[in-house]
Design a protein around this ligand. Sequence first.
Ligand code: FES
Ligand SMILES: [Fe+2]
Length: 487
Amino acid sequence: MNHEQNIRLTQVGPGTAGGLLQRRFWQPIALAEEFDPALAPDMGGIEHPRLIKAVRALGQDFVLVKNHDGSWALLDRDCPHRGANLAFARYETGNYKNNSTPRSISAGEMPISLQKTAPTAIRCPFHGWAFETSGEQPGQCIDTPAEPSTSTLCQHIRQKTYPVQEKAGVVWAWLGETAPEPMPELDCFAAPASHSFAFKGMWQANWLQCFEVGMDPAHPSFLHRFLQDADLAETGSNAGGKQFRSAAAGAVEGERWPMTRVMRELHRPQLSAQAVGSNTAQGIRITALRALSEATTHVRITQAIFPHIFVIPLSETLTITQWHLPVDDGRTYWFSVFTSYDAPIHQAAMRAQRLPYTTLPHYHSQGGCAQRLGLFRRGASHTHLLGMGEDDINVHDQWAVESSGALQDRTREHLATSDKIIVLYRRWLQRAQEAAEKGAAPPSLPAMQTLNEAPGTVDGFAPKDQWEAWASEQLAAKRSKASWLKK
Ligand code: FES
Ligand SMILES: [Fe+2]
């Protein structure tokens, strides 16, 4: 592709073809835990919480507010008076409309749990204008205290707000001009809180670069090549949320194989793609077959769902659904929702496992910084091909994503057989952007199958000539364990 095509394919700002397309989907804009004063270092603590946060998504700046009743408000961040940053606004409650001298809540007056009287508002600290964050007219200016007492100016000022909802531990926003679509019907949204865990991290690269790593079934054999396998007696079928450390489903001559061994020894996957979809989501089912013998093949099935979601198996009972929020053209937050089809998830342990690689409150992934400082790469590793540690494979993916620069120069690449899924997706993305410019929904790929009737995510050994039936059985068995799924 040429330079112009590369730019067009990857842009997300308002008015661009890619930006119009992204605004037709719910976007993850924050973790719910970022507004938990017990966990988040920037929320003011349990005594005096201040649940307001700056958010940037699709090249636009917003302020996200959690009201004391648990509801959310997302507003444009620039104050409509003279543009001050509303992420520094003060959260207030009180009866503004009948009182020309509204009551300002001082820090000492919270506990906010006692302040149940709507409306709630944020007040700009520059000249005191206040904007509703709940009620029927969120964003409405309800006070302009420097204006003459007879002024009706505020009645004509309304800050733009956006639909927001919380699901699966993530706060989702609809940033487009059209009416919000339903959320995609994915298993991760059906799971109860006890069987779900969400986390995020920032990578310093364009969203498509991040997503293309996730839909590339060839790279785990190299980028995540472990030269030694974990002891399956210790990790069992569930390695506590660590990718590729569990066993593949099934056995080879009675022996369980760690996924790391599968990836290492069977490194020439035969790839195929199939369109899948439902009323609420469309994607590509990606199948990677790794032949072991005449009779047996390894099967790994993952899904890439529009516009930037992949679903991959972590173990026989744990799945990751990962979004790639374009913060702007050069930065991306991945949002992972882990879903267990079997036992509840130990959220605190999963979080603790990831915190050493993350800097709060902005969830910057530390692998990238370490790479720039040369901290990880100290010489040939005896345990891993890349040599950037083994605990968190996200560090490896981050290296792959960021090492080609914030925007990979795709005019210089040479796509190969192992990139056929990426080629297919880019073509689909191009067509979807053209449709978005005309105000139309993304076109479907031909021959769509129902998203969840086709195998969702699977990883294991199968009879070579019956792997499709085997994969369907595997998925049915996995989903049958989940009491929370509609059967
Ligand atoms: S800039 Fe916000 S009140 Fe003046
Ligand atoms: Fe990876």
